[in-house]
Design a binder for this molecule. Sequence first.
Ligand code: NDP
Ligand code: MG
Length: 396
Amino acid sequence: MTKVQNLTILGATGTIGVNTLDVVARHPDRFNVVALTAGNQLEKLVAQCRQHQSRYAVVLDADAATRLRDLLAAAGLQTQVLYGMAALEQVASMPEVDTVMAAIVGAAGLRPAMAAARAGKRILLANKETLVMAGSLFMQAVAAGGAELLPIDSEHNAIFQSLPREFDGDLAACGVRRILLTASGGPFRTTPLADLAQVTPEQACAHPNWVMGKKISVDSATMMNKGLEVIEAHWLFNAAPEQIQVVIHPQSVIHSMVDYLDGSVIAQLGNPDMRTPIAYALGFPDRIDSGVSALDLFGRGLTFEAPDYDRFPCLKLAFDALAQGGMLPAVLNAANESAVATFLAGEAGYSDIAASIEYALAHAISGEPGSLDDLVEADAQARRDAEAYLQKRKVG
Ligand code: NDP
Ligand code: MG
């Protein structure tokens, strides 16, 4: 009999959180929910607490906690309510938890993921921003804490599945030549370049293949998502930038590939549904039912294109930030978060996203981060720089 895994799901009310709970509900014999966390969606959180009998629920602040306590009491639930960053860190590291799904969006996910790493948990990492911002410190914490890291991002999960099980951070020792990171190319892959400046948030969020949160949908449109994933792959698989090739594959059937020295290319394929990588990581090393239908290969063509940096300048900015290293990936990430939020609010144009990130990178102080506090400071400065750039554009 498999031991029951006790779970904390950070970002339970988001797209990844909901998909995780969908898989969890299919296997009551394997999983037990200990803690669920949310941002603003309190009613959804209550419904999840009811269905999964969560012992703890965590929200952002005291106000939200009061409202949540009332909602839980009205529903007759005993769930204990906690709030704030310290509580997120607590439920990510408490002894009764085996596995932590890290699915908060953005830089807010960093500290709880670090807490899970230090506490030696099995971490299912969806929050790619953790690795982009703090790859070196996070991987050190994983090693020092004896944590087990399983990637949720579909590409990295595909690479993980395509590498030998004994892979321990040495690609050359496994005969790997390159990692081929696939990208859909997003909704603007074929939009005339001259029209890109006018595209709206709604158009940017209408991803052709995946249903995702708004921020990552915009990142997919600009291909910053792929840029962040290049940096993520660098840390997860100890891959040099030149060992990572981005391949546009508009059908999103192949989720990434590993190219070996003997000419073999091993890929993982499947329908574009995040429950597949989530189930793989939840069940690892077992294969468990995810609710995803079998892949039907008939009647569809698989095509591949090289990315064009004129169309996707954010991808180039990410490769450059990775090559320069130090705090620049954190600056890239923060400036992007800030610019995407401004774009989603209708207060910046689509083309301003890349331009403001470039501005923030040019004004950033480089150098290696000594601690998380250094990164938090670089993050804040990058947001201020990106905002200043966008403000100037608005006034001008
Ligand atoms: P969503 O926006 O759908 O969900 C984000 C979750 O984080 C929600 O539960 C939200 O709460 C919570 N949250 C938001 N802000 C904060 C904050 N400041 N503090 C604490 N909690 C917060 O995002 P996704 O599920 O799409 O993505 C989650 C992560 O997974 C991201 O890092 C993304 O890059 C990554 N990822 C997502 C994929 C996908 O297919 N969606 C694929 C690969 C990676 P609430 O909604 O209650 O406000
Ligand atoms: Mg991905």
